[in-house]
Design a protein around this ligand. Structure first.
Ligand code: NAP
Ligand code: GDD
Length: 344
């Protein structure tokens, strides 16, 4: 019998890569999506279009316990990957209430419904290095104390604790992945790496003349999402549930990302990058770098992309996207809200 997995957030970056990975392993893959997404597949399924005929989608909202309960009462899953969240840190400062509601209550609803209907289902929670925030030690490990600096970070700490509590209180197989930043060609356009790679492509093609950014000195430990979804799956295959840091162990500044991305098209970032205070956050996470020794040993996991390769594939992908979009009639272009194009 093939294993049956449920992915919440399957339309997102990680959800789409994870769906591909699980399909390649022979899983029956189900996804939980918002009803609006089912009604607007052209725009909302851009990352999963190529696997739509091999997965099953179910409408539910993270804000509604009955909708989650309804899906879980109709299917018995072996594994549940809870990836859905309001994941943009800057947005969480603008609307902390809905971030908390989606990320905390949504996680609690998933856990409570599984406890009721499928307590043997293994559960993965998408924890984040953002939980370390103003990090108390460097590099960060599974034992580094949390000090979140945003409503998003706070919501992830709550999700982490809920997940651990369901493991300890009800004996469920619940694990927390503490994943550091992971990117790739399917990254949302609002995140800094994709903002840089997509704007570099636009500048190269004469469609933009500058790139407006906030804190260029912020440091992040950036890996490729394809590598990170492999770790999620490995965590659910263990004999005992546990929590793991997943990271490359290398950190780079936003400035270094810009330098490499512009160099990829033969340009100097200093001629195009403009500082814009609008992109500063009320409380910044200045520097994150992870120590994933435990994950590498126990899960036998390691990243396959270097930082330089990550920047290269993202810029090359956006150059290809731009060329493809330009060659299509105007009414078929899939423009993003911010005036940028989407990956097809
Ligand atoms: P993403 O691309 O922003 O995807 C988020 C997903 O959540 C989308 O499928 C989105 O659906 C769904 N979602 C948001 N609000 C929802 C709601 N109210 N009801 C149902 N679904 C909702 O994020 P990602 O980069 O793939 O990250 C996946 C998870 O890992 C998130 O929980 C994120 O916080 C966490 N994480 C990410 C990173 C990283 O660097 N990428 C690092 C650590 C942790 P729509 O398509 O309908 O909007
Ligand atoms: N988005 C954005 N836009 N960030 C900018 C900009 C800008 O114009 N200019 C500078 N930055 C800086 C941010 O201040 C931050 O320090 C850094 O670039 C990275 O920002 P994001 O790419 O938005 O990612 P993040 O680190 O805040 O959050 C991502 O990683 C977390 C894991 O640590 C998200 O994927 C979260 O969901 C994830 O949990």
């Amino acid at each position: 019998m093939n294993k049956k997995a449920l992915i919440t957030g399957i339309t997102g970056q990680d959800g789409s890569y994870l769906a591909e990975h699980l399909l390649s392993l022979g899983y029956e893959v189900h996804g939980l999506v918002r009803r609006v997404a089912l009604e607007d597949p052209e725009r909302r399924f851009t990352r999963i279009n190529h696997v739509l005929d091999r997965i099953q989608l179910h409408a539910a909202s993270l804000e509604s316990y009955p909708s989650i309960f309804n899906v879980l009462s109709h299917y018995k899953f072996d594994e549940c990957y809870h990836l859905a969240a309001q994941s943009f840190v800057a947005e969480s400062f603008s609307d902390g209430f809905s971030t908390m509601n989606t990320n905390i209550n949504g996680t609690h609803y998933m856990l409570a419904a599984l406890r009721e209907l499928g307590p043997d289902c293994r559960f993965y929670f998408a924890g984040s290095s953002e939980m370390f925030g103003k990090a108390r030690e460097t590099p960060q490990t599974e034992t580094t104390p949390f000090h979140p600096r945003s409503p998003y970070g706070i919501s992830k700490v709550a999700g982490f604790e809920l997940t651990r509590n369901y493991r300890e209180a009800y004996g469920m197989f619940c694990v927390n992945g503490i994943l550091f930043n992971h990117e790739g060609p399917r990254r949302g356009f609002e995140f800094v790496t994709r903002k840089i790679s997509s704007t570099v492509a636009r500048i190269k093609h004469g469609a933009a003349s500058e790139l407006r950014l906030g804190n260029l000195d912020a440091r992040r430990d950036w890996g490729h999402a394809e590598d990170y979804v492999r770790a999620m799956h490995l965590m659910l295959q263990l004999d005992e549930p546990d929590d793991f840091v997943i990271a490359t162990g290398e950190s780079h500044t936003v400035r270094e990302f810009c330098e490499l991305a512009f160099a990829e098209v033969g340009l100097d970032y200093r001629d195009y990058v403009v500082f814009d205070a609008h992109f500063y956050r009320p409380a910044e996470v200045e520097s994150l770098v992870g120590n994933s020794t435990k994950g590498r040993r126990v899960l036998n996991w390691e990243p396959s992309y270097t930082f330089e390769e990550l920047v290269k594939v993202m810029v090359q992908n956006d150059l290809d996207c731009f060329a493809r979009e330009k060659s299509q009639p105007a009414d078929s272009l899939a423009f993003h809200g911010s005036g940028q194009y989407r990956e097809r």
